[in-house]
Design a protein around this ligand. Structure first.
Ligand code: ADP
Ligand code: ZN
Length: 614
């Protein structure tokens, strides 16, 4: 990019010159010889101001000592001119006035002069066009690896910036050692890993940890994303890969990072969309490049995916991506550590407690947590605070989960009541059941798609669920609908999400966890799951229709039991339900302390207690 500055100034110079030239051609300062009429010309010649005369096209020029001094128009042949001059008494010839004709004599000088502005403008346009094109050179540059734009520099992030995945960092530490000191390994005849596959859900730090590995080793980092290749022209993907690896080999030792490798590395002929030539060629090129490394090529390829199950086995063979490192969703301690990393350098108020935030954010990825801290800082600024308090942090959880608060949405009084009873139902049931998680917050402030929500605070990170817990979870899920039914004797759509959840729990209890007494400890159906996204794509029925029927019956029984239990709890606690729901309608949110208070508050006289609903 060194050429840039002079190209820039050349451009300005050109503009200046062109404008000047234009100005000169309109307002010539130096007109050359004085223009006179023919008679004046003759007079001046006779009075000795001129010692030679030139005929130049349709004009005649009088020169004194070779310099043009006057000029006049004359239309006619040379003979006519000479005759006219002689008739006027001008003596031509040796010793008198010299006469010559500029034959075919283009006056290059003056022609150039008159064309100069045009030439300059041409040059100017050319430059303008060139620089405009330069602005989006990529458009003209398909084959060049886009990776070069963003990479090849040494990252400044280190392992200290990556939190909560210590095991993975440990494994990558080896890569760092190797990049720093390959001889140590080679001397012992160790085979250096070529490719490592980072496996984990989005936003959990795969890119970050890859970058940090380069940062720790102090080597350049090249990156490219598999999804970039998918929409490209045939042949371009492969040439890009070649380009990237050429660059990398020249800058070795270094790290090449291939994000979303599943986009090109999908099992050939499998999955959705079928075979894609471009993808296959790109994948082949990656394999060719990796196979082409010799034992002292000091380039390590890290690739990231959240779909290891669909990768082409060719990618996973020895010498390719034969090492796998799982980068999982952070657990509670991981979340705490990530929050600490991201709140470093931000003014947190003293009473803020990351432990509490970490407990409330199961399922959050590193990216979500980074986002949470950022949202909290923005909120604090909007509230004109000097520091970020626990309140901002908690409010940000909601924003990250459900998108920003919907201020504009209008809900009717009746809707509000319904939502309040529904949410209170969830909370109350959770309180009454021994195996449910404690309630953390209940709210009827609409966020995203949800009219209201109840958040629970798991006391510990769980790895095993029990039959009893599942049963209580189903009751809590259905308690929203039960509360609506007990108070309003009405069915609403508000429980749709809950019903889906309950059905899923019941089904999994029977078909996956062998929790049915009747069907016994076995599984039903073979699932192809998006392992790290937790979404099913498709279930293969590997059992008879007789079992299918029985499964349905068992699921139905579980759900029915849970609903009766929920109804029972709501009926038995109607007065409490009403008390809490009324409070919720007024205050919109209830935190765990207020909830506890409301649970212990004496109930009003029974006769005041009539079902609401106006
Ligand atoms: P992935 O590549 O797995 O999709 P990224 O590495 O791009 O995820 O993560 C996105 C952002 O989330 C990172 O830039 C970082 O700010 C934050 N982040 C994710 N995981 C972590 C972690 N373990 N520690 C610290 N920050 C993290
Ligand atoms: Zn609900």
């Amino acid at each position: 990019m060194k050429a840039r500055w002079w190209q820039g100034s050349l451009l300005y110079l050109l503009i200046l010159v062109a404008l000047l030239a234009l100005a000169f051609s309109f307002f010539p300062i130096n007109k050359g010889p004085k223009e006179v009429d023919f008679y004046t010309f003759v007079d001046n010649t006779k009075s000795g101001q001129v010692d030679s005369i030139q005929q130049d096209g349709n004009s005649i020029i009088g020169l004194k000592e070779e310099k043009p001094v006057i000029k006049a128009a004359f239309v006619g042949s040379t003979k006519e001119l000479m005759d006219s001059l002689k008739d006027s008494g001008v003596k031509l010839g040796e010793g008198a006035i010299k006469f010559e004709v500029k034959t075919g004599g283009f006056d290059w000088g003056s022609i150039m002069l008159s064309f100069l502005p045009l030439v300059l403008f041409g040059a100017l346009l050319f430059f303008l066009f060139r620089s405009a094109r330069g602005a989006n050179t990529q458009a003209f540059n398909f084959g060049k690896s886009r990776a070069r734009l963003s990479s090849g520099d040494k990252p400044t992030v280190t392992f200290a910036d990556v939190a909560g995945i210590d095991e993975s960092k440990g494994e990558l530490q080896e890569v760092v050692e190797f990049l720093k000191n390959p001889q140590k390994f080679l001397a012992l005849g160790a085979r250096i890993p070529r490719g490592l596959l980072l496996i984990g859900p989005p936003g959990c730090g795969k890119t970050l940890v890859a970058k940090a590995t380069a940062g720790e080793a102090g080597v350049p980092f090249f990156s490219i994303s598999g999804s970039e290749f998918v929409e490209m022209f045939v042949g371009v993907g492969a040439s890009r890969v070649r380009d990237l690896f050429d660059q990398a080999k020249r800058s070795a030792p270094c790290i090449v990072f291939v994000d979303e490798i599943d986009a090109v590395g999908r099992h050939r002929g499998a999955g959705l969309g079928g075979g894609h030539d471009e993808r296959e060629q790109t994948l082949n090129q990656i394999l060719v490049e990796m196979d082409g490394f010799d034992s002292n090529t000091n380039v390590i390829v890290l690739a990231a995916t959240n779909r290891p199950d669909i990768l082409d086995p060719a990618l996973l063979r020895p010498g390719r991506f034969d090492r796998h490192i799982v980068i999982d969703q952070p657990d509670i301690n991981g979340r705490k550590a990530i929050l600490a990393v991201h709140s470093k350098g931000k003014p947190l108020s003293k009473e803020s407690d990351m432990e509490v935030i970490a407990r409330q954010t199961p399922g959050f990825s590193g990216a979500d947590l980074a986002n949470l801290i950022n949202e909290a800082a923005i909120l604090a600024a909007r509230r004109n605070r000097k520091d970020i308090s626990q309140k901002e942090l908690e409010d940000s959880i909601d924003r990250v989960i459900a998108g920003p608060e919907k201020k504009g949405r209008v809900i009717t009084k009746r809707e509000r009541e319904l939502i309040a009873y529904h949410e209170t139902g969830h909370a109350l049931a959770a309180k009454m059941l021994p195996n449910a998680d404690p309630v953390h917050k209940i709210s009827i402030v609409a966020r995203g798609m949800m009219g209201g929500w109840t958040r629970f605070l798991p006391t510990e990170e769980r790895h095993l669920e029990t039959y009893e817990r599942f049963k209580d979870m189903m009751v809590v899920c259905l308690a929203g609908r039960a509360a609506e039914q007990v108070i309003f004797s009405e069915l609403t759509t508000g429980a749709q999400n809950d019903l889906e959840k309950v059905t899923l729990i019941a089904r999994r209890m029977i078909t996956e966890f062998g929790m049915s007494k009747k069907l016994g400890p076995r599984t039903f159906g073979k699932r192809e799951e998006l392992v790290f996204l937790g979404k099913e794509i498709h279930e293969q029925q590997n059992y008879s229709d007789k079992f299918a029927e029985e499964i349905d019956e068992e699921v139905e029984q579980l759900v029915k039991d849970a609903f009766s239990k929920a109804l029972e709890i709501m009926q038995a606690n109607q007065a409490r339900l009403k008390l809490i729901a009324d409070f919720l309608i007024e205050k919109e949110t209830i935190d765990e302390f207020a909830f506890e208070e409301l649970l212990n508050k004496p109930l009003p006289e029974p006769n005041l207690e009539t079902a609401t609903a106006s």
